[in-house]
Design a protein around this ligand. Structure first.
Ligand SMILES: Nc1ncnc2c1ncn2[C@@H]1O[C@H](COP(=O)(O)OP(=O)(O)O)[C@@H](O)[C@H]1O
Ligand SMILES: [Mg+2]
Length: 228
């Protein structure tokens, strides 16, 4: 699905990603673990084309996409949910979902009805303006709207960040349900407990380098990896 080799990215002269290697297999949930500032978001932005990688290769769904503009990478089937939620506050839940609609290239297309099965809260407030939703509901809506684009691979940047514990549990349940639907997910997280709930495999990054990778079940025993 995705194979990244020796990826380097800069902000100006600051060398942030210093050779990231990782792979994501179809149907799995892979988590990028690392402390604040480790380079998780920069990795995601480099994958989706919002940061242009200086060197390295990104093979995605059979194509070499490093250096492509974001719109082309989205069209190739990558979906991205940034750390900051970007819903339209004046549009209703339903209208927000419609803004994300793109045709499916393979498999059944996501519809609002299928998404409401996954995120029951959203179904109950389909006519509510986005601006009148809680942070957790907005986060779910951002994910649902991205799914309306029928991505092959979904990038989720810290979906549990800033959410109350009960909402974090709902989010974990939603990601598990997505996996059961066959969606491939690459997640960035600092929350080891949340990652352990949803991920199959983990890559730990520190100052832009991969320092560990393996099964999430093994990473969960290694809180030293994150210096938590
Ligand atoms: N737009 C930017 N310009 C300059 N430096 C940045 C920018 N965004 C992030 N950085 C720096 O890049 C490093 C990695 O940041 P980031 O990828 O956001 O880490 P994480 O998501 O793991 O917290 C940090 O040192 C951060 O300060
Ligand atoms: Mg980040």
């Amino acid at each position: 699905m995705l194979k990244v080799d020796a990826l380097h990215s800069y902000y100006g002269r600051a060398h942030i990603l210093q050779g990231i290697d990782l792979s994501v297999r179809a149907g799995e949930v892979m988590v990028l673990l690392g402390r604040n500032g480790a380079g998780k978001s920069t990795t995601m932005k480099s994958l989706i084309g919002l940061v242009r990688p200086a060197r390295g290769s990104i093979a995605f769904a059979g194509q070499q996409i490093a250096g492509w503009p974001a719109y082309r990478i989205v069209r190739a089937g990558m979906g991205y949910v940034p750390e900051e939620r970007r819903i339209f506050t004046d549009l209703t839940v339903m209208e927000n979902l419609e803004t994300g609609r793109r045709p499916a290239t393979d498999g059944p297309a996501w519809t609002p009805a299928r998404l409401f099965d996954l995120f029951p809260n959203l179904g109950a407030m389909r006519s509510r303006p986005g601006g009148q939703m809680s942070g957790g509901e907005q986060q779910m809506l951002t994910i649902a709207r991205t799914l309306m684009g029928n991505p092959k691979l979904l990038l989720l940047d810290e979906p549990s960040e800033g959410l109350a514990p009960v909402i974090v549990e709902q989010m974990a349940g939603a990601i598990a349900a997505l996996k059961a639907e066959g969606v491939t997910v690459l997640l960035a997280e600092q929350n080891l407990h949340f990652a352990a709930r949803v991920a199959d495999r983990a890559v730990v990054i520190e100052t832009g380098r991969v320092v560990w990778q393996g099964a999430m079940a093994d990473a969960a025993q290694r809180s030293d990896l994150l210096h938590l």
